[in-house]
Design a protein around this ligand. Structure first.
Ligand code: GLA
Length: 395
């Protein structure tokens, strides 16, 4: 076991859980972080730009080969029941959480890497269903554990794409690429500007000790798998197709600008027009925010974050009253540069950029104000940008 893991409480919890369930020691594992998106929301499936960072909350999978044609997996943070499944003819099945690892296993198999039977235990401190990519962390951690099991390393771009496909095919969620990418490729002290068309990335330093990234969980659970997320995707495709009638170079909203949108306004449904206006503006905001962050121009990053929230609320309609309350509370605090909802929306978390000196006072004000205005509890934590996924041995 390398020294890092000996001192890692989450890995230790997974190991202890493994011993309880399987009466032996795990020999290998994978770990992958959740993420928070600073800016670039609902742009990834439009071939656009996103700028997330990996957070200091992770999912760990530890395991051992079991020399059989089946897998046994336990998620300590769910019901603790053992899910058992055969590798041959692997299919989603009905157990909610195990769909994600199963989908990842299927990707390895489909890409010519037969996976041997294994026993594994999963544990995580990424809040579930809160817009911090708990499912991507589970997918990418599983993929990292399987890499170790097979003694191979998968190119991180492929790993992210396989994890995304697992989510599409096994969880029926037509997500973009952001969550799996940052979970696989995050780097400590950096946000990552991702071009979701060509998959190129640019590291953007975020290491200033005077600035903190605050995550606030509204406690409102989203359900992206329902009708709204696929509907947004569809509306964006419709907008791009309409614009392309005049501007054939427009393959996705990434290629459109406000002038092109204005030219197509007559032919667009009013709602679809607003959806496109958010996406086109958000792509611009994201690139501007990356440049501003590079310069250490936090007020400008914050301005763009507030603007992003306003468009997500009014044009894209993926916010909810609780998230709007949290953003307004943050806006009222000294030292806050900017705040916005993060992730798919309809609940989940906000992300706030705040002077480190004002962090505690901001948390107190947000929690008190949120309780007063909504009767709900806001859970806050700050994070530094963390590393992406890793595989490891425990022997
Ligand atoms: C979810 C999806 C991502 C992305 C965001 C919105 O997190 O998984 O691919 O589309 O919503 O930006």
């Amino acid at each position: 076991m390398n020294a890092n893991h000996a001192n890692d409480a989450l890995v230790q919890r997974a190991i202890a859980g493994f011993r309880d369930h399987f009466d032996t020691d795990p020999t290998l594992g994978g770990v992958a972080p959740g993420r928070v998106n600073l800016i670039g929301e609902h742009t990834d499936y439009n071939d656009g730009f996103v700028m997330p960072l990996a957070i200091e909350r992770r999912t760990v999978v530890v395991g051992v080969p079991n020399h059989s044609p089946r897998c046994r997996m336990v998620a300590l943070d769910h019901d603790g029941n053992m899910a058992t499944f055969m590798l041959e003819g692997i299919a989603p099945g009905t157990t909610e959480w195990v769909k994600y690892p199963k989908g990842v296993i299927a990707q390895f198999i489909d890409n010519g890497h037969p996976v041997p039977g294994f026993d594994a235990v999963v544990t995580s401190d990424v809040p579930l269903g809160s817009g911090l990519s708990s499912s991507a962390a589970l997918e990418v951690a599983t993929a990292s554990m399987i890499e170790q099991l097979l003694g191979i390393r998968i190119d991180p771009v492929h790993k992210a794409l396989w994890a995304q496909k697992a989510e599409h095919d096994y969880a029926n969620m037509p997500c973009g690429i952001m969550d799996q990418f940052i979970s696989a490729m995050g780097q400590r002290d950096h946000a990552l500007l991702i071009d979701c068309r060509d998959h190129s990335t640019r590291l953007v330093k975020l290491v200033d000790p005077d600035v903190a990234v605050l995550i606030t969980n509204s406690g409102v659970k989203h359900n992206l798998g329902d009708t709204e997320y696929p509907l947004r995707r569809q509306q964006c495709e419709e907008a791009a197709a309409t614009i392309a009638k005049t501007y054939p170079q427009v393959k996705a909203l990434r290629d459109a600008d406000m002038k092109m949108l204005a030219a197509a306004k007559e032919d667009l449904d009013e709602v679809v027009y607003r959806r496109a206006r958010h996406v086109i503006g958000e792509n611009e905001r994201t690139v501007l925010a990356a440049d501003a962050l590079d310069r250490g121009d936090y007020p400008e990053v914050g301005r763009l974050m507030y603007e992003s929230h306003a468009f997500l609320r009014d044009d894209y309609e993926v916010s909810c009253p609780e998230l709007d309350v949290l953003v307004e509370l943050a806006r009222g605090c000294d030292g806050v540069f900017g705040s916005r909802m993060t992730g798919g929306g309809f609940g989940g978390c906000t992300v706030t950029l705040v002077k480190a000196a004002n962090l505690n006072a901001t948390v107190e004000a947000i929690q008190a104000g949120y309780a007063e205005k909504t009767g709900k509890e806001a859970v806050c934590f700050s994070t530094r940008p963390a590393d992406g996924a890793q595989s490891f041995t425990l022997a």
